[in-house]
Write a protein of this length. Structure first.
Length: 351
């Protein structure tokens, strides 16, 4: 599976932190031809086949009969718009423009043509599993036409119960966005993080940044990085690090001066200013984002997987409460076709 080492490592850190394209940027665009999907061995072919088996076209309840908007009945073979528990199929050669803001969940979406998200209205897609086939396209904003700053484009992976690894999904790969095709995801440009220009004391509710951020808005979720490291129980031999980062809401914004929703609990001194060791403020909010409906049970969260294809470009998007691979327990090989109950396969990361 096409996972960079950097992204694998990032997904190991804490396991619960969101990934934010733009603050943790990744653009997998290497000049290879479009749809450069490569199945190098039988294992990759088997992964592809298992992915398609999750969304069989003969079980589709709604099939796009032509190109058109999602919310138009004439786009679909049934004459009506996909609703609760729908199984949706977009065949090759057809482009569907997603223009729905409905919270009614569909069961799955299989794309062999193209799906593009309208970039000037709020959109929401609640779904268990999305599969983008090898010659298909997922377009959720582009660098030339990003999702506009005044709207948001949201994908929510719903919780339809524990994943059936006995009869439906023995590889534990469903519930998420699984793509073998071309992917473009681009939200509004946001400065991911900036340094502060002074020490911050306990109770501080304001900070001055070293420059003016782009794309920040009041109400955004921000994180003030810690400058100290503590351990859970060093005297007992537990040296698990405890972060001193603090999450707040951006209450006010004027140029490079920001106000926090509440005071800081830990001081952030600047002991070596000549080395630039100031605290940072990161912005965690994006107007394009993917999230899990169930944030409590790791085994029922969604994940995003770009497989066997380098034609992927993701910018300024958030990935929240995603990923099923845990780092606090032993992992089960993801190459195994049948997994035991309570499995923990590799490779089901947030992204």
């Amino acid at each position: 599976m096409m996972k960079s080492r950097m992204m694998r490592r990032l997904c190991q850190i804490a396991g619960m932190l969101p990934l934010i394209a733009g603050s943790i940027s990744f653009v997998v665009s290497t000049g290879v031809p479009a749809f450069a999907q490569v199945h190098l061995d039988s294992a990759m072919v088997a992964e592809h086949d298992r992915m398609l088996a999750l969304v069989p076209t003969n079980q589709a309840t709604h099939v796009a009969v032509g190109s058109g908007p999602w919310n138009s009945g004439s786009t679909w073979n049934t004459g009506n718009v996909p609703g609760n528990d729908a199984k949706v199929y977009i065949p090759a050669g057809r482009t569907v423009t997603y223009n729905s803001n409905a919270t009614t969940p569909i069961r799955w979406l299989r794309v062999e043509g193209k799906i593009t998200f309208q970039n000037n209205i709020n959109t929401a897609l609640y779904v268990d599993t999305i599969v983008v086939d090898e010659n298909a396209e997922w377009e959720q904003g582009t660098t030339g036409a990003p999702i506009q700053s005044s709207v948001r484009s949201e994908i929510v992976f719903t919780d339809t119960g524990a994943i059936d690894t006995t009869n439906y999904d023995p590889s534990f790969v469903s519930r998420g966005l699984l793509s073998h095709g071309k992917v473009r995801i681009c939200g509004t440009t946001v400065t991911p993080f900036l340094k502060t220009n002074s020490a911050l004391g306990v109770g501080a509710t304001a900070a001055a940044l070293q420059s003016t951020p782009t794309g920040w808005q009041t109400g955004d979720t921000i994180v003030v990085s810690g400058t100290s490291l503590k351990y859970r129980n060093p005297s007992g031999g537990d040296f698990t690090p405890i972060s001193s980062d603090e999450q707040r809401t951006l209450a006010t914004l004027s140029g490079g001066n920001i106000g926090l929703s509440s005071g800081l609990s830990t001081a952030r001194p600047v002991e070596y200013p000549s080395f630039g060791l100031y605290s940072y403020v990161s912005n965690y909010s994006r107007n394009v984002y993917f999230r899990s409906a169930n944030t409590a049970d790791a085994s029922r969260r969604g994940h995003v997987m770009f497989m066997h294809n380098r034609d992927v470009d993701v910018r300024y998007a958030g990935f929240y409460s995603l990923g099923r691979t845990r780092k606090d327990i032993d992992v089960t090989s993801s190459a195994t076709s049948a997994l035991p109950a309570g499995n923990n396969p590799r490779g089901r990361y947030a992204v």
